[in-house]
Design a protein around this ligand. Sequence first.
Ligand SMILES: [Zn+2]
Length: 320
Amino acid sequence: MLDIVQYLPAKRKTSSSGWISFNGPCCVHNGESADRRQRGGLKSSVEGWSYHCFNCGYTASFILGRNLSFKARKLLTWLNVPQEEIERVNLESLKHRSITGLLDDRQKTAAAIQGIQFEERDLGEVEFVTPAHTDIWNYLRSRHAPLDYPFMVSATAGSRPGVIIPFTYNNTLVGNTTRFLDERKPVWLNDFQPGYVFGTDLQHPNWQLVIVTEGIFDALSISGLALMHNEVSDAQARLIRSLGKEIVVVPDQDRPGMELVNRAIELGWSVSIPAWEGCKDVNDAVKKYGRLATLLTIMQVRETSRIKIEMRRKQIVKRL
Ligand SMILES: [Zn+2]
């Protein structure tokens, strides 16, 4: 199989989270001046690779078992991969087409039929967060965020300190949220498209179940989804259903969270409200008990019966 890394410019650096930065070969083909600040980023694994340029905004990805997309072919061409090599990659890839790939395609088809789509967005002047961004790095660690997620930081001089969390859908950038780390308000700044749900790209095709949480760090700390508030819009419900998995809602254990429980009942989804001591949400539980124990308790106490869910909610409300 083609090792794309071999074709990257010799001048490059690899972050501890596995992102390789180099001068994007894309910009000059997209009406921008040539990248001289290594703003192209690529991450690769045995299952494929993902590319994003923060200079011209070009994105492309490849997943083993799928056809090479038009954008992936263009990127390989710009990296001077010979044409016959590109065709060979495509043929080899299709040999790995598995049941998983077919299921995944079916989900994509379902999403397309239901008209689920988001505009592609840009992040402006940004760079990848590395351990050298000490405050941000420590903050992400304290929130138990997966450090291989492509967290970004503004590269504009004088901008407020904070971490930019890109929102993706089918590995395309469709928005972001910034968590500022100074003492000023607002604490969060969102570029959020209606109907979007964070975390669909964190889901593994083999997982039977998808966990729906309220906040982005809840979702990041257990590879779940985040609604970004305590409501589920109809468009969000369609997107979550399009994943074709059992849906388990884990509300925050506060009053707004209990409203989310009502909506989950209405949608016919499972609800899980574990008895975590002194924890308001999933992220608190991960900090206290760890990721695995948190996931296990979510699974153990998930409830599908409307009556049992309502009983559990009453217990929580009494405690609040
Ligand atoms: Zn570019």
